[in-house]
Design a protein around this ligand. Sequence first.
Ligand code: URA
Length: 237
Amino acid sequence: MAQMRLDKFLGEMGIASRSQIKEMARKGRILVNGQIEKKSERKIEPEQDCIEVDGKYVQYTAFEYWMLNKPQGVVSATEDGRYPTVVRLIGEAKRKDLFPVGRLDVDTEGLLLMTNDGGLAHRLLSPKNHVDKVYDARIEGRLPADSKERVEKGLVLEDGTPTLPGRLEILSDQEIRLTIREGKYHQVKRMMEVLGCKVVYLKRISMGALVLDENLAPGEYRALTQEEKQKLGVVQP
Ligand code: URA
């Protein structure tokens, strides 16, 4: 990766302001690969050089976190032979190793977290953690009167796969909000099928503590705020 100035690196890692870092370097408090470095403007290689401040190693943690409102016609993958991928939509990304946290079908819109933080992705996607995902759907057909209770108990999909208990809200004759805690293949569509309905439009609204920003039109994205990162348990120095 490209070199960067020592003071920029330490600033980005939240150690201190550039002027404070200059002073710290002058006092011999900063080491680069074990040697005292008095010039805070010198270039370093963030992923290779060992930087220490007051005896503590400063790890380079260049994670990026983006909220994308996924549009239809784009696949939730890093590469695809047929369709454009969500990774391409993040034009401002610096990192080349971004990936989507979980998958949305090609015709599904809505919240998709894009990051290169594998640990966070694992925590959000691990079936053990039962992270709530909320979807809004437009459906065709009539829901049976006991639909809510059936979803709350857990449905059995047409191939015999049981689902965990979820929550169904009926917003209007053709609109529902469904909360599920797992991410089985086409899960919302298949749950609606069991209830005799067809999903004609699907949009993810939230994933755990992360809620889609209503100001993002399909295809638009923005960086997560500090507050959103904190809610997801991301700790950055
Ligand atoms: N359930 C589906 O059926 N499709 C999605 O894209 C997400 C959840």
